[in-house]
Design a protein around this ligand. Structure first.
Ligand code: GLV
Length: 309
């Protein structure tokens, strides 16, 4: 009984090795090699080809190797009755917080515009902002959002978050549900999106949301490209309501070279690298779940199918 890894990047071998180090007794295969499909009980996925789960008739559950599971729900050909698990990992959460904090300081201290000035040999000191000058609003207070909120509080940032249900995090103002979104937005100078991508959150970063942010607000999207309406962001950067944006995720990855984001002076792009599952950190929980499944124990980090996260 065994695991298959299905992903389209070049990381299958390193996941196989990491699983082998932790659990040499569990056979693990790449979906690209010859393997006994009927023996596969777990599919460990990252952006798998649509329909690639079809040959596995004895799957017991589907495991995402990252925090997100949106790409699994998007596969209409998946076996829909099976549980889906995701990764909740301290290192993944810490990596995300470090990345977002780097972006926040980059913005407060104008570092990206100085790099642009340097490219043009322009000497242009401008005023900078301090930690106390801004309130950070986090959309989504799940595992990643909560870690970010706690880290921001340690730095002394005024921090607030918005999520489906009220969350209790020390020194973090929690807003919940559609009725509290306007108050949350109107007081968030830097808005960080860490929401799961679901039918309810797709396109949430749109002109109506941007219009509710304070003048000169800054957007950081490190969740999914599908949260953002690209044209609305460009319109609100160009009309001066938003002062800038840092984007790590895009509708299409890699982003087409013709996309206007590449050339936009107010957009800082990174190539979906904010926080990437570390095999050695994540594999122990993959194996723990595998052993739980074998013992008929409840799986950990199971996604609620009706919510999609
Ligand atoms: C990364 O995008 C993840 O979902 O882990």
């Amino acid at each position: 009984m065994s695991i298959v890894i299905i992903r389209q990047d070049d990381k299958i071998e390193s996941w196989k090795q990491a699983i082998h180090r932790v659990a040499p007794d569990i056979p693990v295969y790449s979906y690209l090699e010859t393997h006994p499909r009927d023996a596969i009980e777990v599919a460990l996925l990252w952006k798998h080809p649509i329909g690639s789960l079809e040959p596995y008739k004895n799957l017991k559950y589907i495991a995402s190797s990252g925090a997100g599971v949106d790409f699994i729900f998007e596969d209409e050909q998946r076996p829909k009755e099976l549980p889906i698990t995701r990764v909740i990992d301290n290192l993944l959460a810490a990596d995300m917080s470090e990345h977002v904090i780097a972006l926040i300081f980059n913005y407060l201290k104008n570092l990206d515009s100085y790099r642009q000035d340097q490219n043009g040999k322009r000497w242009q000191p401008t005023s900078y902002q301090r930690i106390g000058d801004v309130k950070i609003g986090i959309l989504g207070l799940g595992a990643l959002g909560k870690n970010l909120a706690e880290t921001l509080v340690k730095f002394g940032f005024q921090t607030q978050g918005w999520s489906n249900s009220t969350k209790y995090i020390d020194n973090v103002n929690s807003f919940a549900g559609a009725s509290e979104l306007p108050n949350f937005l109107s007081s968030s100078n830097i808005l960080v999106c860490l929401l799961p991508l679901t039918s309810l959150t797709r396109g949430i970063l749109n002109q109506s949301l941007f219009a509710q942010l304070p003048q000169d607000a800054y957007l950081i999207n490190v969740a999914r490209g599908g949260h953002l309406v690209d044209a609305d962001l460009i319109a609100f950067l160009d009309n001066g309501h938003l002062s800038g944006a840092s984007l790590d995720v895009f509708h299409e990855e890699p982003l087409a070279s013709t996309h206007p984001f590449w050339e936009h002076k107010k957009i800082l792009m990174t190539p979906h690298c904010a926080s990437v599952s570390d095999t050695d950190s994540v594999v122990p929980q993959v194996i723990e779940n595998y052993r739980r499944m074998k013992k008929d124990e409840a799986l950990r980090h199971v996604v609620a199918p009706d919510k999609g996260y």
